[in-house]
Design a protein around this ligand. Structure first.
Ligand SMILES: NC(=O)c1ccc[n+]([C@@H]2O[C@H](COP(=O)([O-])OP(=O)(O)OC[C@H]3O[C@@H](n4cnc5c(N)ncnc54)[C@H](OP(=O)(O)O)[C@@H]3O)[C@@H](O)[C@H]2O)c1
Length: 276
């Protein structure tokens, strides 16, 4: 039995679809199991990664786990997984851990990775870069015909389709020879935010204006939507990648047997979110 934590998450939803389609026994855990969209025959269980009381029931009979990087109760999670006889954990971490360790986004993921460092089971770590789905943060402005305010329009990221992150997790969960190690995942190309927004405009047919704003103005604008430390963490990454292309890896292809999907393909699948 495979336990997917964070069941309402985009990657968990894609991973469930892959595992279910191939007939693997899956249980889906979530902080809000009643809200899970589940296919017939898949059971839901309460699994709040900040509440160790939920761990024993979620892990009963489980041999492999797909785990979101929540460090709050990671020691308790490892103890409960050990007690349940779990053999393998796939952690969804982030390539942020390869940058400055003081960055709060890196630290949150590093803490989760370190919490698994001495775990007795095999641990596979996925370290994706920026998700293609981050483009959704521009949808409101585009639909309202407002400019997109960016502090670093020429910062590069490597948009990775969430299905490719799920496919990498699927490969690790279902192919015992691939288990273990840290895997840095990227999309197939590195693009500046300006290039990404040009693609949104091309694919949706919308006219999109980008306004360069100061980091301070952007942080103030985001104050109602994200904690200040998280905004500072993002600004730090964008400053470090301003004009500097992201190094692309071939890990998605190596793990899954197919090249990663392009940002344009993600946009084509999700274009309606930017227009309707
Ligand atoms: N975005 C990026 O660029 C990026 C880059 C590298 C790594 N990552 C990693 O990937 C993670 C995000 O993965 P994801 O996109 O699959 O997750 P997501 O869709 O952002 O959801 C994250 C978690 O939040 C809960 N959740 C989902 N929908 C919710 C809703 N409508 N209301 C409240 N809570 C909800 C779910 O946990 P429950 O079901 O248990 O509540 C879910 O696992 C990040 O946290 C980070 O660790 C992200």
């Amino acid at each position: 039995m495979i336990l997917l934590t964070g069941g309402r998450g985009a990657v968990a939803i894609q991973l469930l679809a892959l595992l279910h389609a191939d007939g693997h026994a899956v249980r889906v855990g979530s902080g809000r199991p009643a809200e899970l969209p589940l296919p017939a025959g898949v059971s839901a269980v309460a699994c709040d990664l900040k509440d160790p009381n939920t761990f024993p029931a979620a892990l009963a009979g489980v041999t492999s786990v797909f785990l979101y990087a929540e460090a709050a109760s990671i020691n308790e999670f490892v103890a409960a997984a050990t007690e349940a006889g779990v053999e393998h954990i796939v952690l969804l971490s982030s390539s942020s851990v390869l940058g400055p360790a003081a960055n709060p986004i890196a630290k949150a993921h590093l803490d989760a990775e370190l919490g698994l460092a001495d775990a007795p089971m095999t641990v596979s770590v996925l370290r994706p870069g920026a998700f293609a789905g981050n483009a959704r943060s521009w949808a409101w402005a585009i639909k309202a015909d407002r400019p997109i305010n960016l502090p670093y329009p020429n910062a590069y990221t490597d948009p990775i389709h969430e299905i490719d992150v799920a496919a990498a997790a699927y490969a690790l969960l279902t192919t015992p020879e691939q288990r273990g190690e840290q895997h840095t995942l990227t999309g197939p190309e590195t693009l500046t935010f300006t290039e990404q927004i040009d693609l949104v405009a091309e694919i949706t047919g919308r006219t999109i204006v980008v306004d360069k704003v100061t980091p301070e103005a952007w942080k103030q604008q985001m104050a109602d939507y994200m904690p200040a430390a998280y905004a500072d963490g993002l600004l730090d990454y964008w400053r470090l990648s301003d004009g500097i292309p992201t190094e692309i890896t071939d890990t998605v292809a190596t793990l899954t047997g197919r090249p990663p999907r392009t940002f344009a393909s993600w946009l084509e699948e999700n274009a309606a979110e930017f227009t309707s």
